[in-house]
Design a binder for this molecule. Structure first.
Ligand SMILES: NC(=O)c1ccc[n+]([C@@H]2O[C@H](COP(=O)([O-])OP(=O)(O)OC[C@H]3O[C@@H](n4cnc5c(N)ncnc54)[C@H](O)[C@@H]3O)[C@@H](O)[C@H]2O)c1
Ligand SMILES: O=C(O)[C@H](O)CO
Length: 315
């Protein structure tokens, strides 16, 4: 009987997956922990690895000698060594488009919260203080500039929505092709001119610590950094130092390093920083789509069919 290994299973129940996986006779194993040694031990005996958060490293892949398929429950592929899997002839799939509106909305929610100082008023009100002045200075949104780094699916939707609000939008994308509603500009200029810098590019070797000391110094002291992509894009020690030095005004961080981070230390405990728990992708609709499509991909491979959303071409 084929076996499928969940490296982690973050959902409250498995009824949705069970109803789909029951199309094939397979045994499902859930790893008790997502560390490398546990996964190496369990991977030796499975035909498929399904991962949400746990890193599927080259060592795990080497140990998975019968595995044909690694399924990523999500868009980002930064926790899978896709090159090693491809070398070993494994199919790697993801679900590239299940939560585009959700992440765009979450990004905009952080932008509005920071710009309208909702976090400042909320913290004061919780402490019993009704203090209008504490939110100043505050600017009209349409007088401000947003810089979007990465105008793929999510970035493009964010640009469209920001342009509809009448905001000036600068964009930096590796391909230099950017959607209507924004103007392409070099990263340094984007950082220097934006009131909000939004990070929406994938985490790769090239983008790791994309925003560090020099980039933060380039930003305006009144500007906000918003990261809804991957924590590894930002050097968080440098961010803590930039906040301490007053080099930027605040941040919205849906993603951190590690996850969960130590919330008791800077930059996470800074009242100018809004932290959300890697939740930008969440909605009832997105989760249903994500979970069911991953289970269908697993079934397809077990049936000898081609699953949707193969990211590593013919193997
Ligand atoms: N917080 C969440 O819950 C959540 C949910 C889904 C996705 N994500 C993250 O969002 C990322 C983006 O998703 P997407 O669907 O828009 O991806 P996408 O592949 O459609 O777009 C990414 C864009 O970034 C650009 N890019 C790559 N390297 C760049 C660089 N060095 N500088 C500038 N641009 C660069 C690419 O050209 C591409 O246009 C994912 O990789 C994932 O990590 C986060
Ligand atoms: O990559 C994604 O889809 C989200 O970050 C959730 O894992």
């Amino acid at each position: 009987m084929p076996r499928a290994l969940y490296t982690d299973y973050p959902w409250p129940n498995a009824a949705l997956e069970q109803s789909i996986l029951s199309q094939v006779d397979c045994e499902v194993v859930v790893a008790p922990a997502g560390d490398e040694e546990t996964l190496i031990r369990l991977a030796a005996d499975v035909d498929c690895i399904i991962t949400c958060w746990a890193p599927v490293t080259a060592r795990v892949i080497d140990a998975a000698s019968h595995c044909r398929h690694i399924a990523r429950t999500g868009i980002g592929l930064d926790n899978i060594d896709v090159a090693s899997a491809t070398e070993r002839g494994m199919i790697v799939t993801n679900v590239p488009d299940y939560c585009i509106p959700e992440v765009a909305e979450h990004t905009l929610a952080l932008l509005f919260a920071l710009g309208r100082k909702i976090h400042v008023y909320y913290q004061l009100a919780q402490a019993g203080e009704y203090n209008r002045q504490a939110g100043m200075p505050m600017e009209r949104m349409e007088d401000q500039t947003v810089g979007v780094v990465g105008t793929g699916q999510i970035g493009s939707l964010v640009v469209e929505r920001l342009a509809a609000l009448g905001m000036r939008v600068l964009a930096n994308n590796r391909s230099q092709q950017v959607p209507a509603g924004c103007e392409w500009c070099p990263l340094e200029q984007l950082l220097a001119e934006s009131d909000y810098v939004l990070l929406l590019c994938p985490l790769t070797d090239e983008t790791a610590n994309l925003i560090s000391t020099a980039e933060l110094k380039t930003m305006k002291p009144t500007a906000f950094l918003i990261n809804t992509s991957r924590g590894g894009l930002v050097d968080h020690q440098a961010l803590a130092e930039a906040l301490e030095a007053g080099e930027i005004a605040g941040a919205g961080l849906d993603v951190q390093v590690p996850e969960p981070p130590d919330l008791s230390v800077p930059p996470y405990n800074d009242p100018r920083v809004i932290v959300t728990p890697h939740a930008a992708f969440l909605s009832t609709r997105a989760l249903h789509e994500l979970r069911s499509r991953v289970a269908q991909q697993v079934v397809a491979v077990f049936k000898g069919e081609t699953p949707e959303c193969i990211v590593n071409g013919p193997t």
